[in-house]
Design a protein around this ligand. Sequence first.
Ligand SMILES: [Zn+2]
Length: 478
Amino acid sequence: MAEGVTPRNEDYSRWYTDVIQMAELADYAPVRGCMVIRPYGYALWENIQGALDRRFKDTGHVNAYFPLFIPMSFFEKEAEHVEGFSPELAIVTIGGGEKLEEPLAIRPTSETVIGHMYSQWVKSYRDLPILINQWANVVRWEMRTRLFLRTTEFLWQEGHTAHATSEEAVEETLRMLDVYTDFAENEAAIPVIPGRKSDTERFAGAINSYSIEAMMGDKRALQSGTTHYMGQNFAKAFDIQFLDQNNELQHVWTTSWGVSTRMIGAIIMAHGDDKGLVLPPRLAPIQVIIVPISKTDEERAATMQAADRIFTQLKAAGIRVKLDDRTEVTPGFKFNDWEMRGVPIRMEIGPKDVANQSVVLARRDIPGRDGKTFVGWSDLETRIPELLAEIQQSLFDKALAFRLANTHEVETYEEFKAAVDDGFALAWWCGSGDCDNAIKSETKATNRCIPMDQPGGEGKCIYCGKPAKEKAIFGKAY
Ligand SMILES: [Zn+2]
């Protein structure tokens, strides 16, 4: 790389775009607001998918696929839902050269079409619960877009479940919030605050929405996953009924939950630095990059032979490893290149290392000499997985320390305004949407969530001063 990425403190937004383009994660598509996910970005997404999908299956869910096109009339069946999504709908009116009898929406989310199908599939309590997830693309016509964070078309998973009781549906909603928290913290190394959304931030058609909120490197919030308890709203709109054990007809209780390619934006901004991407080892497409170093042909033969052998050995051990055997660029170029792409461990093998039967391992998260260790060939298979685990933990610890240092418990509105200007504010909140709206218009900060973890007790709302039983997290958000 002749030029590096824009430093974060110079222009954070430029830095973000530079990282994505230079690391070849994504590119702009010919249609405004759309993105092309390039192979390196897609490999990251596949690892995210894998880690989530395992957790969905472990909690009893199965995958299915529903159509991209949804009859327009479906949206009108749930009043809040249609109001919430209408401005973002892309609608097909012509098919095969002819005007369609009924326009078709391109799915912005699939509650409606899945509700329609569930109404046909559910007959008795024996058919419940239905625990289905779908991996798909969705389209929401966005005016202001940003790669991975907000694009007109994006990839995600959407879980849609139907239950016999309200308790079960609430339990499912909270279970998936836990699954998302576990994924974000243990796979993406991003500490998150799980919490309930206030009414102003609720999903259109839900009784309660929940989210995991993360702090990015510029101290802004990113909602990184959401789960929704729909009550019987969609069941009534789509007539999803079942005969209970007493042979009485009842409406089901439903949930939905989703994580999208936005998570890639979260990973970039939670861990990245002025050299570029820093990827958590558990999700990194390449965990170890091997760079052989030689001056003469003889040295090259020896280092390449060792590099090849180590590559094969590590690959067999299940480590995601790549050997950079390019001859047209210098080792220094390769170092910068892989650093910018966020590969957790760089392995250097020079003639001296071959003679000593060792290698140099350099950590991406600790620059310079401090991050380097010599490791003997015979120890690589045990040492590398240990080192990857250490890096994973240290990324999480660093992100958590950063969030804690920039989250302020505030007692006065003056303190609140200062806090949300430079991080998160944790404040007593009365539960009123009016306070949310006033705060938003005065400070640009939004109510991110009411954390599940509450201090207890009572206080005065940070805005109106009325009695408050809960604390909420406020911050400027993506
Ligand atoms: Zn208030």
